[in-house]
Structures are given as structure tokens and as C-alpha cells.
Design a protein around this ligand. Sequence first.
Ligand code: G3P
Ligand code: CA
Length: 241
Amino acid sequence: MQKRAFMAIAHRGASEYAPENTFAAYDLALRMGATHIEIDVHLTSDGEVVVIHDDRVDRTTDGSGPVAAHTLAELQALDAGAWFGREFAGQRIPTLDDLLERYGGRAHLHIEIKGSTPGLVERTVALIRKYGVEVHVTITSFLREALAETRRVAPDLSTGWLVGEPTDEIVEQTLAMGLTQLCPRADLVTPELVTRLHDKDLVVRAWGVSDEALMRKVVDAGADGMTVNFPDKLLAYMEEE
Ligand code: G3P
Ligand code: CA
């Protein structure tokens, strides 16, 4: 398989240093030199796509309750930064529309479909088309059905399946669905696994990188990329290599 540049993907932005899934975290990631960012998306009660990880707002805002039980206006009234540090007070939950306007074409966006709310995939694809950034986007999910729907409505988009261990059955399903990437949990990534997946022409992109030792192990195994909360450290390691 052709060698591509390693993807150092800022996980929820530079989320080690700024509140995850906010413009503060994404701006910082880009300032650090990252050219890939990871984004979690959910649907509001009035059908808007918003950027937040959990299916509830409690952990990362001053509100409470399920994301899907709030309108966009209600969500945008919440503070999404103060929980992380007082200097981030006033950060808001971004819409995917605003995020695409701000970063589309400036970074590759790895958009993770969270939950199986009807309409989430379709609305996400419509926004990607609105900004014409199809080649700068990869749709990822732990949910096979969300990826199957993405393949149905947007077969031109790159897709990655987030899994634990890529068993033979998972690899077969990945190929049968025509997905581009397989995304194993980082601690399971070995040179043998990478070779096995590369032989099937799959891009190998890890997730769940908790510390620098694991980060180095994934790079050294020959993987094609990983999400990481500290993109500065990954970029520095890649410089050294
Ligand atoms: O890189 C994928 C990773 O984001 C999956 O885990 O829980 O952070 O969405 P999570
Ligand atoms: Ca994610």
C-alpha cells in the first residue's frame, strides 16, 4: 500500500490543554501545527448537528440532561469552557455548520457519529456538501450501522470503523462495506496487525492513546495515524523520527 503522511489527529481538539470539542481546543491544535482534528457530533431536539462528546451535557457544560432533549438555542446558552478552567469561560458548544465554516479546508476533519439518532448521518453529510469539503473529511463511528448509512448516502466519503480488536470477522465486514480505515484501540496495535491490515489495503488509525509511551508504540508499529489529546507531543516525536 502506498505510504501516506502520518495523521496526527487532535482528539476533540488539543483536549489535554483546552476544553474538548470547543473552538478553543481546535484553534490551539491548529496553532500547535496539527492538520487533523477529531470531532464528535450529536443531533439536537430541533435537528441541528452539534459538536459534543457525551450524549448528556452534564460533564462538559453548566447544564444538565440529554443533548437530544435540548434545542440548539438552549445548548448555545450553556457554558462549555468554565468546567475546564476559568480562562475558558464563555466557550460554547459549536454547531457542525460553524465548525465547517471555520476549519473546512484548513484541516482534515475526522467526524465521529455518536449515537444512532435518525437524521444525524444525513444532516452531517448535507453540511459537508454545503461546504464542499468532502476530500477533507473522514466519517468515523463505533456504530456499524452509522457507517453503513454513510456508505449508502455518501459513498464518496472516506470512512473509518472504530473497534477494539480487529478480528478476522471485523476485517471482512470492513472490506465488504467498502470502508477506508480500520481504527483499532491503540494498546492492541502491533507491527503484525498493521501489516495484516495494510495487506488488505486498509488505513490503520488508532484511538485511545493515553500516554506518550503508547503514542510512540503506535508510531513505531507503522500505523497511519492516531487521535491524541496532546498533538504537540506527537508532532514533536514525528519530527524526531
Ligand atoms: O478516535 C476516536 C475516539 O475519539 C473514540 O473514543 O470516546 O473519545 O469518542 P471517544
Ligand atoms: Ca470521538
